[in-house]
Write a protein that binds this ligand. Structure first.
Ligand code: COA
Length: 259
């Protein structure tokens, strides 16, 4: 059904794979449209608890936007194509369920932008992460200038965006750009261990926690605190909150129902 991506459902995990390995999984406009459709499928499936995003093959997560399409961009096309990508990547960020980028190789340009739209990132030790657009005479256009400084701070983001030089995973870990670095052959197992932990937690508390932290990225402390308080209050109305606290007091494992 899709030509440029794969969507696999593994229990309560959706595994979304950018599937253009002969093009280093470069994201073209058709891939963006397919991602949008896949997100609708994921959103409609109430059994899903985590999304994993990765790239096909063992070389690349995503090596940027498709350069042959970027070559054709004039100012008008560039506005519509960047806005479209921003919209779709923001949908990933705003999914009710958390997402984990399994960075299995090159995460360049729009690849890093996609990874940053995910809730968390785990990188293979052979991954390389960068915003190389400046080397092509352009700048990031799918969220890089906004999400990168929020994740790693302005000075580091300036260096990455203005030099275009990629960084190694150990540096990305120090920067806080990735949550963990693992050996390439362990990447999917490690990502699934993190997914399993998220699935074990009460569904609504995970959803509200994610929503509250995303407010932080929007910048206003007063609004962020107000949202945190409302979302905390919502969590206090759930059955899983009663169960979580009762289980702690009874010294037993909680049995969460997602309600
Ligand atoms: N868009 C379109 N095609 C791309 C691509 C991209 N962003 N990145 C790689 N490819 C294609 C290459 O054109 C090549 O296709 P071909 O076999 O038909 O010639 C194929 O993928 C393999 O890439 P190649 O460059 O030969 O692999 P490599 O191992 O030598 O280098 C990279 C890997 C990722 C370092 C290199 O491909 C690269 O720098 N890509 C562009 C990164 C970039 O600038 N992204 C930002 C775009 S805005």
């Amino acid at each position: 059904m899709y030509e440029n991506i794969l969507l696999e459902i593994d229990g309560s995990i959706a595994i979304l794979t950018i599937n253009r390995p002969d093009k280093m999984n470069a994201v073209n406009n058709a891939t963006v449209d397919e991602l949008d459709q896949a997100l609708s499928e994921i959103e409609k499936n109430p059994d899903l608890r985590v999304m994993i995003l990765t790239g096909a093959g063992d070389k690349s997560f995503v090596a940027g936007a498709d350069i042959f399409e970027v070559q054709k961009r004039d100012q008008i096309l560039a506005r519509s194509e960047t806005r479209r990508r921003q919209e779709v990547y923001s949908r990933i960020e705003a999914l009710e369920i958390p997402s984990i980028a399994a960075i299995n190789g090159w995460a360049l340009g729009t690849g890093l932008e996609l990874a940053m739209a995910c809730t968390m990132r785990i990188a293979s030790a052979k991954a390389r992460l960068g915003q190389p657009e400046v080397k092509l005479g352009i700048i990031p256009g799918a969220g890089g200038t906004q999400r990168l400084p929020k994740l790693i701070g302005m000075g580091r983001a300036m260096e990455m965006i203005l030099t275009g030089e990629p960084i190694k995973p150990d540096q990305a870990l120090v920067f806080g750009l990735v949550n963990k670095v693992v050996e390439p052959e362990q990447l999917m197992d490690e990502v699934k261990v993190l997914a399993a932990t998220l699935i074990e937690r009460p569904k609504l508390a995970v959803q509200y926690g994610k929503e509250a932290v995303l407010r932080y990225a929007e910048g206003s402390l007063a609004e962020g605190l107000a949202h945190e308080s409302y979302l905390h209050a919502l969590a206090c109305g759930t059955e899983d909150k009663k169960e979580g606290i009762a289980a702690f007091i009874d010294k037993r494992k909680p049995d969460f129902t997602g309600k």
